[in-house]
Design a protein around this ligand. Sequence first.
Ligand SMILES: NC(=O)C1=CN([C@@H]2O[C@H](COP(=O)(O)OP(=O)(O)OC[C@H]3O[C@@H](n4cnc5c(N)ncnc54)[C@H](OP(=O)(O)O)[C@@H]3O)[C@@H](O)[C@H]2O)C=CC1
Ligand SMILES: C[C@H]1O[C@H](OP(=O)(O)OP(=O)(O)OC[C@H]2O[C@@H](n3cnc4c(=O)[nH]c(N)nc43)[C@H](O)[C@@H]2O)[C@@H](O)[C@@H](O)C1=O
Length: 330
Amino acid sequence: MNAFVAASDGKVYRPLDRSARVFVAGSRGLVGSAVRRKLARKGFTDVVAPGSAELDLRERRAVFDWFAARRPDVVVLAAARVGGIKANATRPAEFLSDNLRIQVNTLDAALEHGVERLLFLGSSCIYPKFAEQPIREEALLTGPLEPTNDAYAIAKIAGILQVQAVRRQYGLPWISAMPTNLYGPGDNFHPEHSHVLPSLIRRFHEAKKSGARRVVNWGSGTPRREFLHTDDLARACLHLIEHYDADGPVNVGTGTDLTVRELAELVADVAGYRGSVEWDTKQPDGTPRKLLDVSRLTMLGWAPRIGLREGIARTYAWYVENLESGTLRR
Ligand SMILES: NC(=O)C1=CN([C@@H]2O[C@H](COP(=O)(O)OP(=O)(O)OC[C@H]3O[C@@H](n4cnc5c(N)ncnc54)[C@H](OP(=O)(O)O)[C@@H]3O)[C@@H](O)[C@H]2O)C=CC1
Ligand SMILES: C[C@H]1O[C@H](OP(=O)(O)OP(=O)(O)OC[C@H]2O[C@@H](n3cnc4c(=O)[nH]c(N)nc43)[C@H](O)[C@@H]2O)[C@@H](O)[C@@H](O)C1=O
């Protein structure tokens, strides 16, 4: 299943057998659900995807038993305790402990059961708060972290190092990807705990429906962020598993960013909200900018396809449809 093939453009291509058993950890989340959709479209026939109620990855014994029983060939580790700036800042103990346990248990069990192909998902918040922009993968561990998400970032950095350690000690071709801020169908639209883009979609939709004349967002609106649709991310995950085999993490993003204020204007426009937009500067801004340098991924022949306005419009339509049918995540 793991033969190396030199593609016509000279790049190394390591195709996955479409009948390989793929374990998508976190398959009901924003990223995991997109990866599942992508695997189905690509013709994978044996995808195993337990939710946390069936398999709590913090429970070491349960994880080892599950791997022994199901013996996956490939693992995409997209399970994590995830949240926006406020969730990270107010619950650092859980963000550190849960994520360390989820990762260590899954990676240890994958090693014990000889999983040969594995992709670990980190996040752009692993890089120093004041990293040079755009941020290259080499910036890892070169400066202090952003305090609102340092606990989460430390857990994710430990995951990257564990993947590298397994590669060095056991020679397995495991890899790590570092996505920028993500959005898409299946996101968490919680008013306090979610990320900025789903928060804005919900807030502007509710304001339009109620006829509110003003909306108040968090922070100053001046931080810059980069956004990638999860259908693009899922494509990048498969592309990396099949085309990348090296120690260093790979940034996944679009290579362009905008201010949170510009993002709010875009979401308001898509949602059809015409009132005023104000900013609560008592709320945290977080890191001032985290634009990823995506040249490593670009060199591998991948590029994003979904523009930001189009992606927001598709996600907004998905939100309204699922709000009306009562099928949003709790
Ligand atoms: N969203 C973003 O903007 C970004 C996300 N990422 C990374 O992508 C990955 C996925 O994030 P995302 O999809 O957004 O997060 P979500 O919150 O949407 O999904 C997280 C998933 O993890 C699962 N999970 C959480 N705790 C456990 C547990 N104890 N045992 C088993 N499963 C668990 C959840 O399962 P269940 O639903 O069954 O409870 C859920 O399916 C993470 O590693 C994150 O760091 C990186 C950059 C940005
Ligand atoms: C993906 C990444 O996500 C987190 O980092 P973040 O990018 O700072 O996260 P965020 O999406 O929550 O906020 C982005 C910006 O937007 C502003 N903002 C305005 N109004 C709302 C608002 O209503 N909600 C939120 N959440 N933010 C808002 C907010 O003040 C901030 O300036 C990490 O903790 C970490 O989890 C991580 O890896």
